[in-house]
Design a protein around this ligand. Structure first.
Ligand SMILES: [Zn+2]
Length: 93
C-alpha cells in the first residue's frame, strides 16, 4: 500500500494501476484506475451494443453497424461503433 500526504489528509491507495490494464471491480478502485488511463491519454468510448463507456482495453476489436437518425424523419445514417468484450462474449452464447 502506498500513502500520500495531502495537506491534513493521508490518502492511501491499494496499489498503483498500469496503463492499459483491465479495470478493477471495486467502485473506488475503478475511479483511481480510470484516472490513470485518462492521464495516459486514453479515452473511453461508448459500446455500440450496451452503450456503456468502455476503455480501449475493454473493446473486442469488433465493430457493430447501427442505424442512427438525427431527427425522427430524417435520413438514416449507418454508424460503425466498437463492441466491448462483454457484449462479444454474450453474442457467442
Ligand atoms: Zn458492450
Amino acid at each position: 500500500m502506498t500513502c500520500t500526504r495531502m495537506g491534513n489528509w493521508i490518502v492511501c491507495h491499494g496499489r498503483e494501476y498500469e496503463v492499459g490494464e483491465m479495470p478493477p471491480k471495486g467502485y473506488n478502485d475503478w475511479f483511481e484506475w480510470a484516472e490513470v488511463q485518462r492521464k495516459a491519454g486514453l479515452r473511453s468510448v461508448s459500446c455500440g451494443v450496451c452503450g456503456k463507456c468502455k476503455w480501449p482495453q475493454e473493446l473486442s476489436g469488433e465493430t457493430i453497424k447501427t442505424e442512427y437518425r438525427k431527427t425522427k424523419h430524417g435520413p438514416v445514417f449507418i454508424v460503425e461503433k466498437p463492441m466491448c468484450i462483454e457484449c462479444q462474449d454474450r453474442r457467442k452464447e
